[in-house]
Design a protein around this ligand. Structure first.
Ligand code: HEM
Length: 293
């Protein structure tokens, strides 16, 4: 049972052919939105626009899994669990599966007419942006195999896969543009992506692979402030009001909890996890220290 060809389709096994709990959990995570849609099939079918509902679900979960894929690099460092990298490819390909379903459902919604799909995509800016992001994700999924990494060479492969940041940005713009009224959720999503990109920029700037707890705290506060400012300017422009008036509502929790607070809370949880793990690690004697005793 150690033939890699046999294991390649057994997604729950790691490279050595052993059943991996991490892979099983990731598979379950990726299948949950699908299972939920199947479970709610009756309710969806009797809704106003079943296909549109499914288009929204697939697009939303594709963006969520894109974020989870991008979170692997920071989180394997924060929780000091390098093995997390083992599921990054699975998450990336899972993201593409949801985005492929997103387009397939759109095709179905356009009565399976390629001419209509082409017309719609070329006449709406948010669909043009979505289509560019879609093609980008398809290119990354197609080059995600070990064979393609070997063919392209590690450096070229890594450069190509850096397109993921541009793709995420296009996906977010597409999300904002298609949102008709309340942009709270897209703003929160954008702020989480900003945190993930900010982590990489800060690590590159500090020339380190592991940010200190203090740097994580600083990053969280800056991203939270930028989220408040960005949201205030965005709403200000959209409704022709002063951004300062929008900012005044930040403490009015009856209106709702603004995305700036939401990203602050999420970031502080990460900071707390990092602080606890860093403390535990500093208390645990290193292997060579134990050996020397
Ligand atoms: C050819 C490519 C694409 C097409 C034709 C397309 C089409 C659509 C359509 C028709 C909607 C619903 C709009 C409405 O009801 O008014 C939508 C929503 C959405 N799409 Fe796409 N899309 C594409 C690519 C993408 C990509 C690449 C992403 C993410 C990476 C994405 C993420 C989303 C999200 C997050 C939503 C909103 C979901 C929600 O309401 O929660 N789409 N898209």
């Amino acid at each position: 049972m150690s033939d890699p060809a046999i294991h390649s389709w057994q997604l729950w096994r790691d490279r050595r052919g052993r059943v991996s709990i991490l892979r099983l959990v990731t598979l379950a995570l990726l299948l949950t939105p699908l299972a939920k849609a199947v479970f709610q099939a009756d309710e969806i079918a009797h809704g106003a626009r079943p296909l549109n509902e499914l288009i929204h679900r697939a697009g939303f979960w594709a963006l969520v899994f894109l974020g989870v894929t991008l979170a692997i690099t920071p989180f394997r460092r924060i929780i000091r669990y390098g093995n997390l990298i083992d599921v990054r490819r699975m998450l990336g390909v899972g993201t593409f599966c949801y985005i492929a379903a997103h387009l397939a459902l759109f095709f179905a919604d356009q009565s399976y007419s390629l001419a209509k799909v082409f017309h719609e995509i070329t006449h709406r800016v948010y669909l043009i942006i979505g289509a560019i992001a879609w093609l980008g994700l398809a290119a990354l999924a197609a080059t995600s195999t070990d064979g393609m990494v070997r063919r392209l060479g590690s450096l070229r492969w890594r450069r190509l896969h850096q397109a993921i940041y541009a793709i995420a940005l296009l996906g977010l713009i597409h999300y904002f543009q298609q949102t008709k009224a309340d942009v709270t959720v897209p703003t929160f999503a954008a702020s989480l992506f900003l945190w993930l990109i900010g982590y990489r920029v800060l690590a590159w700037w500090q020339d380190t692979s592991e940010l200190s707890t203090l740097s994580l705290l600083g990053l969280t506060i800056v991203v939270s402030l930028l989220t408040f400012a960005g949201e205030a300017v965005g709403i200000g422009i959209a409704f022709h009001i002063s951004p300062l008036r929008v900012l005044e509502t930040a403490f009015d929790f009856e209106v709702g909890i603004r995305p700036g607070w939401q990203v602050l809370a999420a970031g502080l949880v990460v900071v707390a996890i990092d602080a606890v793990i860093a403390r535990m690690r500093s208390r645990t004697p290193r292997a060579h220290e134990v050996a020397a005793e």
